[in-house]
Every structure is written in C-alpha cells, then in structure tokens.
Design a protein. Structure first.
Length: 208
C-alpha cells in the first residue's frame, strides 16, 4: 500500500508531499516515509504504532468489537455493528449524539463495500509486519504523532514509541480521545495537522 501511494504520486506528477495516515494507515504512512524519504516533506502518524512487539497490547474488548462481524451483510446490520464498535473504541471525552454517531457510521457503510476477507488480510498484515523502530530512527524528516490518551485499541504507548523513534518528532497526546473520527473529534485533527503542515510548507518556501 505504501508503494501504491508512491505510484499515485507518480501518476499525479507530485514529487514530494506531506504524508498523513491513521491507525493501519499510520503504519503505511511510516513505511512510505521509510521507503521514500526523498518524497516525504513530513509525516503525520495518527493513533498508530511502530509495531514493536513488546509494547502493551490493546484491550481484548476493543479487538473483539472490531473483529465481530455484523449479523448479516445488509446495510442496517452493518450500521448497527458499526455503532456498537464506535461505542467501544470511540472517544469518551468527545461525546456524540445517537443521531450524529449513526450518521457517521452510515457514511462509512455507504462509502465502502462489505469485504470481511479484506479485514482479515489487513489484520494479518498488521500482525505479521516487522517492527519499524530501527528504520524510523534512521529517518531525517519532520514528524507529528497524534494519539488519543484513552485509545483502547492501540494504546497511547504506541504513539509515544513512534515519537521517540523519529528524531525531533512532535507528540500530541489528546486526553479523552480514543480511536475514531467522529465529528466532535475532527476539529482536533484539523487544527493539529493544518498547523503542522503550514509550518512545514513555510519552511519549504523559505529554503526554496
């Protein structure tokens, strides 16, 4: 997937970019930066981890929630399962109304087809991937690590380890935030990422 991202940049004619990824996407973003440092202006790793095997694991109930399939592949059962997952791994400090939570889950269900085999492949890839610590330590890039202090799926220690592994990385640990993108949490991400990227872009212009 990191190679796919590089191929997309080739197709779009983009030489360098700011790379952002969350959860498994954060792992992919880390690999992109590792494999394509010359193409990486900066890295933002969100609610992710280096994959170091001795880091504390997530809570069993969080893994059970994301691995429990819906009652059927139909839309309503998928929505109900998504809401149940969100209630387990959602951010306790950023409450969402029932209607707001349902709307967020509905958008996700309607955007992506149901593919349980794909979820299995993703989990297998995360589990089988070797630790990225040594390769992250070798990076010389600007990085921002964002993590929820109350994340039950990938504990905050994963974000802290990521920040320690990248020289000079900034760490934003958000109290009350967990492992989600519900609407009440989105402004936190937007403010942090936009401020960080604006700083990177200003530095690029100054040295151009």
């Amino acid at each position: 997937m990191a190679a796919d991202a590089a191929g997309l940049l080739d197709a779009l004619g983009i030489a360098r970019t700011n790379v952002v990824g969350a959860s498994m996407g954060g792992m992919i973003a880390q690999l992109f930066a590792i494999c394509h440092p010359a193409r990486t202006k900066s890295l933002v790793s969100i609610m992710s981890t280096t994959g170091r095997p001795d880091l504390p694991p997530g809570k069993p109930e969080a893994f059970a929630a994301i691995m429990t399939p819906p009652a059927s592949p139909n839309r309503e059962d998928r929505i109900e399962r998504g809401i149940a997952v969100a209630r387990v791994i959602g951010s306790p400090g950023f409450p969402a109304s029932d209607a707001g939570l349902r709307a967020t889950v509905e958008r996700g269900v309607d955007r992506a087809p149901y593919d349980p085999a794909g979820l299995t492949r993703q989990m297998a890839a995360v589990i089988a991937a070797p630790s990225r610590n040594d390769r992250l330590i070798a990076l010389k890039i600007s990085a921002l690590v964002i993590h929820g202090a109350d994340d039950p799926l990938i504990p905050a220690s994963g974000g802290e380890d990521t920040a320690r592994s990248i020289s000079g990385a900034e760490l934003l640990l958000v109290p009350g935030m967990s492992h989600d993108f519900r609407e009440s949490v989105v402004p936190v991400y937007l403010k942090a990422i936009s401020g960080f990227v604006q700083k990177i872009e200003a530095r690029e212009r100054a040295t151009a």
